[in-house]
Design a protein around this ligand. Sequence first.
Ligand SMILES: Cc1cc2nc3c(=O)[nH]c(=O)nc-3n(C[C@H](O)[C@H](O)[C@H](O)COP(=O)(O)OP(=O)(O)OC[C@H]3O[C@@H](n4cnc5c(N)ncnc54)[C@H](O)[C@@H]3O)c2cc1C
Length: 329
Amino acid sequence: MSCDVLVVVEHNEGRLKNVSIELLSYFGRLGKDNGVKVVAFVFGDQISEKLYCDIGKLGILQIVSYVDNDLDMQPGLIAGMTVGLAKKIKPKLIVMANTVRSRDSAPLIAQDLDIEMYSDIIDIDYKKTVINLTRLIYGGKAIEKIKLLNQQALITIRPNVLGNHENEAFIPKITRLKINELPINQTYITKAKITKEKAQKPINEAEVIIAIGRGLRRVDDLNMVNDLARVVDGVIGSTRPVVDMGFVRRSHQIGQSGRSVSPRLAILLGISGQIQFVAGISKAKTIIAINKDAKATIFKSADYGIVGDIYAIIPILTRELRKLKLQNR
Ligand SMILES: Cc1cc2nc3c(=O)[nH]c(=O)nc-3n(C[C@H](O)[C@H](O)[C@H](O)COP(=O)(O)OP(=O)(O)OC[C@H]3O[C@@H](n4cnc5c(N)ncnc54)[C@H](O)[C@@H]3O)c2cc1C
């Protein structure tokens, strides 16, 4: 087996992550329209026939799977398996999601294979002879354009940038690997699994973000923000001062010294709009800002702005959105 593109799939207990749906449907489309040979690599536990079917529905013909319920998905292990497979099937491009898990293993893979690596890609134009990539650098202040010609490379693509593509469904051919076919390091055997209930999505994978700034006065006022987040199925993000005050964990900070995010919708509450914050949110598709100061800089970056007190507006917004949600059920 050989291929042009190897997509490393991420799933949660057998359900494809949204970002993997985006990657598979994008490359599935290329497979059909441009004859690009795509292989999806899926590994871990709780992999069912349904997962293979879901991958086939995205236009993918070839799946390589490694199922083992005792494996702990450490970066070194993911890297070892992916390197082992890549050495066999020699893809020109290895594609991973720009998620916490893949970002940890991607550099190890690139180093082991001695290939180029580009992380946090926000746009890709794949042609047989050249692959054009775009990514934001220097905290979002500059755009880097990369051309891949014949060199082998690994890229990580940001969630929510490729969209979902409707493709013809295939019944995929599945190659099931056995333990002796991959360089599995046995020190990574899981002893026990502790699952966090209702763990929040990492902020850079969120489709909806409710971000708070210093306009939020007390930590208890987060209850009001959490109510809004629940109604819109959103993840809480924040500016750096809010993290420094200990209201929100650092992993939820947006900006130059935090995360760069690309949600479909960001609702920004009591945030002034300093460049260091805006650098991390500029790829959001739609931004709604609420600030009591009509001259706040954040309104320059927003698609919609509401001038007013977040303490008056958030409860109204939550109530009205909840009503809409119930009506649309
Ligand atoms: C090297 C460096 C890196 C940095 N990295 C980051 C980063 O990654 N992320 C980040 O966020 N910052 C970062 N900063 C800090 C950044 O410069 C700003 O200080 C910060 O973004 C401001 O946060 P804020 O908007 O919450 O607070 P403020 O600037 O204090 O703004 C609060 C806003 O809330 C509004 N407001 C107040 N009360 C209400 C109310 N009741 N209703 C409605 N609106 C209200 C005010 O009008 C104001 O506009 C960095 C700074 C430096 C120097």
